[in-house]
Design a protein around this ligand. Structure first.
Ligand SMILES: Cc1cc2nc3c(=O)[nH]c(=O)nc-3n(C[C@H](O)[C@H](O)[C@H](O)COP(=O)(O)OP(=O)(O)OC[C@H]3O[C@@H](n4cnc5c(N)ncnc54)[C@H](O)[C@@H]3O)c2cc1C
Length: 223
C-alpha cells in the first residue's frame, strides 16, 4: 500500500486543531494517530508529495516529483480544502484553519494577544474557534451571512440557541452580516465582509480569522 499526502506530517487528528490544540491544552505529539506510521501497516509513505495527475485509462498516477505509479487500485481521498479569501494572500494575520500548519500559525498569532479576532463563517469550525478564543480571554466577533450559527445544518432555531450561548460568553455575534441580496456567488463573496462591511458595522479587526471551506469552484458556506 502506498499513501501519498501533500502535507509533510505523518497522519494526525484534525478535530482538536480548533479546540484542544488551539486552546494550548494539547501539544502536537498528542494529535498523532496511534499506529498510523508503524511498520505493521506496511505502508510506503510519500509525504510532502502532491498527486499531480491521473491517467485513468492506464491507472498512472504522477506525483509532483515526476514519480509515476501504476497501482492495481486507487482511492482518491483528497478531502476538503480551505478556500483562500481573495486578495488576502500577502496579508499577515489572516488565517484559514484546515491543517496542522494553519493551526500552528493561528495559535502563534493568538499568543500575541490580538486586540480583536474576527471570525468569518459561523459554521462548526468558526463557532469552535470563537469559543476557544474567548476561553483564551480574547475579544471575538463572529460574522456570517446566514441567520444563525451552523444554521444550514442545525436550522435557524437551534442555531439561534448557539448564537445566544456565544453571546452569553461574550462573543460579538453578528448574523446576516455581509450578505447582500443576490446570487449565491455574491453571498459567497460577501463572507469577505470583515474587510468590505460598511463602516458602521465594521468590527475593529486586528486579527481577521477566515474560516472558509469549499472546493476550488464552490464555496460550501453558501450552498
Ligand atoms: C479545524 C477542524 C476541526 C474539525 N473538527 C471536527 C469535529 O469535531 N468532528 C468531526 O466529525 N469532524 C471535524 N472536522 C472535520 C474532519 O477533520 C474531516 O471530516 C476529516 O478530516 C475528513 O477526512 P478526509 O480524509 O476525508 O480529508 P482530509 O482530512 O482533508 O484529508 C485529505 C488529505 O489529502 C491531501 N491532499 C489533497 N489533495 C492532494 C493531492 N493532490 N495530493 C496529495 N495529497 C492531497 C490534503 O492535504 C489532506 O491532507 C474538523 C476539521 C477541521 C479542519
Amino acid at each position: 500500500m502506498i499513501v501519498i499526502g501533500d502535507e509533510p506530517h505523518t497522519p494526525y487528528d484534525r478535530p482538536p486543531l480548533s479546540k484542544q490544540f488551539l486552546a494550548g491544552d494539547w501539544d502536537e505529539p498528542r494529535l498523532a494517530l496511534p499506529g498510523a506510521t508503524g511498520d505493521e501497516l506496511g505502508v510506503d509513505w510519500h509525504l510532502g508529495r502532491t498527486a499531480k495527475s491521473l491517467e485513468a485509462s492506464t491507472r498512472t498516477l504522477t506525483l509532483d516529483d515526476e514519480t509515476s505509479l501504476v497501482p492495481d487500485g486507487i482511492v482518491v481521498a483528497t478531502g476538503a480544502r480551505a478556500r483562500a479569501l481573495p486578495g488576502t494572500d500577502a496579508m499577515t494575520g489572516v488565517h484559514a484553519l484546515r491543517t496542522l500548519d494553519d493551526a500552528r500559525a493561528l495559535a502563534h498569532d493568538l499568543d500575541g494577544t490580538p486586540e480583536r479576532v474576527v471570525i468569518v463563517g459561523a459554521g462548526f469550525i468558526g463557532a469552535e474557534v470563537a469559543a476557544t478564543c474567548r476561553a483564551r480571554g480574547l475579544s471575538v466577533t463572529l460574522i456570517d451571512p446566514l441567520a444563525a450559527p451552523m444554521a444550514r445544518v442545525l436550522g435557524a432555531t437551534i442555531g439561534g440557541v448557539f448564537a445566544d450561548m456565544h453571546r452569553d460568553e461574550g462573543v460579538d455575534v453578528r448574523m446576516g452580516v455581509g450578505a447582500p441580496s443576490g446570487s449565491k456567488d455574491r453571498a459567497c463573496e460577501s463572507t469577505t465582509a470583515w474587510c468590505v462591511m460598511p463602516p458602521p458595522t465594521r468590527p475593529p479587526a486586528s486579527l481577521p480569522l477566515v474560516m472558509w471551506r469549499g472546493g476550488p469552484t464552490r464555496c460550501s458556506m453558501t450552498n
